[in-house]
Design a protein around this ligand. Structure first.
Ligand SMILES: *Cc1c(COP(=O)(O)O)cnc(C)c1O
Length: 369
């Protein structure tokens, strides 16, 4: 079965092997050397002034950012499940919330952010997804972040890059915290969250708040290549192994292949009559709006060995999402669009003629060469 859900993503064989080694004690020079290497490589990928790794799912890192970077009132962008989650965390942590809400296919509008900030000078932080996975939507984070910083550089910009880091090169010039998670573009098992931090975020954190998610104590420890509490040693070993895999061709090749795959998939799906759901699609996944989303997913799984994701909440049964994150062999992606075309034929919607794989190949290999 091909796992083509936008998280979790398949773990490469070499990485699984690396993680099958005997458990190391985390307070040893051996593990500190591994941690140091992972930290340097992560810092290099994120391109930020500081970073921390946390033993938690991605949501833990989102909560750590709310706890440590929002002092009073947060502005959140809710155009899907994960934007909505930022709002719920803010409220649960006892902070004040201003939320901009959109349909799940619609990116945040700069004018709305402008108005929100003009009307409310107590907003000290902005929380936004780069890629909102609920609808496969790409928010214009760079534009928003640059505007917010131009009017008030003290407002902290927290970007959830869980389905963006490792997918595309992110312009971090106006970002204070960049969140990533192991089970999406990092192709690792779930359980490791990562946050890149700007120098001004480190300053804002000060002594930190919270106990487990106190970012000040993590920064202090992690600068010494250790962690405040027991490190997820196996996942950090896996992180180095993932970087080894990525470095075989280089991160830029990964970015360009991901982009080519996303473009080729989009065109292939459109060529066989599908409509892409988000107005501004993210590269991390291909999202289609279709009333037959559930029968399509079911046939893909039972007849063609492909597992893709559906939608949640009001989009349940209305969309399907195909992963583009990670080191995906191109022959698998070709099979996915071909299988979808075969499903349309099974459903009596369209006569199979090989259009999807043909368009995919044409676009992908033009992009890559
Ligand atoms: C998956 C995801 C999360 C949540 O991560 P968990 O590891 O499930 O806690 C947050 N934001 C985005 C954009 C995601 O795709």
């Amino acid at each position: 079965m091909l796992l083509f859900t936008p998280g979790p993503t398949p773990v490469p064989e070499s990485v699984r092997q690396a993680m099958a080694t005997p458990t190391l004690h985390h307070r040893t020079p051996e593990f500190e050397a591994i941690f140091k290497e992972a930290r340097e490589r992560l810092m290099n990928l994120l391109g930020m002034d500081e970073c921390v790794m946390l033993a938690s799912s991605g949501t833990g890192a989102m909560q750590a950012c709310v706890l440590n970077l929002c002092k009073k009132r947060a502005l959140t962008i809710n155009a899907g499940k994960f934007g909505e989650r930022f709002g719920k965390i803010v409220t649960a942590m006892g902070k004040e919330l201003v939320e901009l809400k959109y349909e799940w296919n619609t990116p945040v509008a700069l004018d709305d952010v402008k108005r929100a900030l003009e009307e409310d000078s107590d907003i000290d932080s902005l929380f936004i997804q780069i890629s909102e996975s609920a609808g496969g939507l790409r928010h214009p984070v760079e534009e928003i972040a640059s505007y917010v910083k131009s009017i008030n550089p003290n407002i902290m910009i927290i970007a959830d890059g869980i389905t963006a880091v490792g997918v595309e090169k992110i312009d971090i010039s106006n970002i204070d915290a960049l969140v990533a998670g192991s089970q999406k573009a990092f192709m690792l098992p779930p359980g490791l969250a990562m946050i890149g931090l700007s120098a001004s975020a480190v300053e804002t954190i000060g002594e930190g708040t919270d106990y487990y998610f106190n970012l000040a104590s993590e920064i202090k420890k992690q600068r010494q290549n250790t962690t405040a509490y027991t490190a997820p040693t196996t996942l950090i070993i896996g992180l180095n192994a993932i970087f080894d895999e990525i470095d075989k061709e280089g991160i830029d090749v990964l970015y360009s292949k991901t982009e080519a795959r996303a473009k080729a998939t989009k065109s292939a799906l459109e060529a066989i009559g599908f409509s892409i759901y988000p107005k501004t699609p993210a590269l991390s996944m291909s999202t289609v709006f279709d009333e037959d989303a559930e029968p399509i997913r079911k046939l893909l799984k039972t007849k063609y060995g492909v597992n893709i994701a559906g939608g949640q909440d009001h989009l349940k049964g209305k969309i399907f999402r195909i992963n583009q994150m990670g080191l995906i062999p191109v022959y698998e992606s070709v099979w996915v669009v071909n299988a979808i075309e075969m499903v349309l034929s099974d459903l009596g919607r369209r006569v199979f003629d090989g259009t999807a794989s043909q368009i995919f190949n044409k676009i992908y290999f033009n992009e890559i060469n």
